[in-house]
Design a binder for this molecule. Structure first.
Ligand code: PMP
Length: 307
């Protein structure tokens, strides 16, 4: 049947049709969203044994695709998982799926599981890692948080010790972050700050953290035990191009409480201001000028067609 033209369909109905016809890619094969399934014996499900990436598309193109693929391959290498597809083929599958799903500005979740195996930890008893691509519409934090800033609390759950499970690995086992997130939600906050085993500031449950002090931009270093965020990398470059000094050095909660400004970065969140931490008002209690500048620069970059 010929699809009617978009103009002839009421907007809400058009949106509904788009949503209903979303496809999911598993090992390069496309399935309707509701029929996209993997084995209950997959070690990704049984043990969180696998890796993933969360990426944004702007204008139908993945922002920083190469960086995301490098991080995925590094995460996989760190857990002795071989990804059975060439990088460029995977990149093509991602962009093809965006096109199939009619998504311009959206979110892509890329998952590689260890594959189905026996009931036991031994990864040698698994076969066929599953490569799953989900391309969907993004649900950002509500707009009011971008305008007025977020309130967060510090979770008592510390970030994984690097010698136990490196936070550099974006693994399917996110319980460390989920437990901290639940603490945040119990405290009425949608994000929570996590410290490392030394009591230093690490990152939030799904975002990296920055402060601004006397015009300088400061963020914890990678050896604080954090994910090497791709938005973090981009914001550091943008800030330096803007003539700002950026330091990556260890911080404690004191540094956050006494900062002039605070903001978070992440592929889904982009750049989002924080105005209260553990009930302390940060700076003037509203998004500060440096945060606003970097938010604008990040938006301009991502909407400019740069990938
Ligand atoms: N830290 C954690 C724990 C994350 O899960 C994420 C991604 N959601 C980030 C930081 C931000 O990383 P990126 O900018 O690459 O999305």
């Amino acid at each position: 049947m010929k699809m009617p033209l978009r103009a002839s369909i009421p907007h809400s109905e058009f949106q509904l049709r788009i949503r209903m016809s979303l496809k999911v890619s598993i090992n390069g094969e496309l399935f309707d969203k509701d029929d996209a399934k993997i084995s209950v014996y997959d070690h990704g499900l049984l043990y969180g044994d696998g890796v993933f990436e969360g990426m944004r598309s702007y204008g139908g193109r993945i922002f920083r695709l190469e960086e995301h693929l490098t991080r995925l391959w590094n995460s996989a290498k760190a857990i002795w998982l071989e990804i059975p597809i060439a990088r460029d083929v995977l990149g093509r599958h991602i962009h093809d799926l965006l096109k199939t799903n009619g998504i311009q500005d959206g979110y892509v979740r890329l998952v590689v599981t260890r594959g189905a195996g026996t009931l036991g930890l031994d990864p040698n008893r698994t076969s066929n890692p599953q490569i799953i691509i989900i391309a969907d519409h993004i649900s950002l934090y509500p707009q009011e948080y971008y305008e007025n800033g977020l309130e967060i609390i510090t979770a008592s759950t510390i970030r994984n010790h690097s010698a136990a499970l490196s936070p550099r690995i974006k693994s399917l086992n996110y319980l460390n972050n989920i437990l901290a997130k639940i603490e945040g939600l119990h405290g009425g906050c949608i994000e929570a700050l996590m410290l490392n085993h030394k009591g230093e500031v690490a990152e939030c449950t799904g975002d990296n953290i920055f402060i601004v002090r006397a015009g300088d931009v400061i963020t914890p270093p990678l050896d604080a035990g954090i994910l090497d965020g791709i938005t973090r990398q981009t914001v550091i470059i943008l800030a330096r191009e803007e003539g700002l000094t950026v330091y990556e050095h260890a911080m404690t909660k004191y540094d956050i409480y006494t900062a002039d400004e605070c903001f978070l970065t992440g592929s889904a969140a982009e750049v989002i201001p924080v105005v209260k931490v553990d009930d302390r008002v940060i700076g003037a209690g509203k998004p500060g000028p440096v945060t606003k500048d970097l938010t604008r620069l990040f938006r301009e970059l991502t909407r400019s067609g740069v990938v």
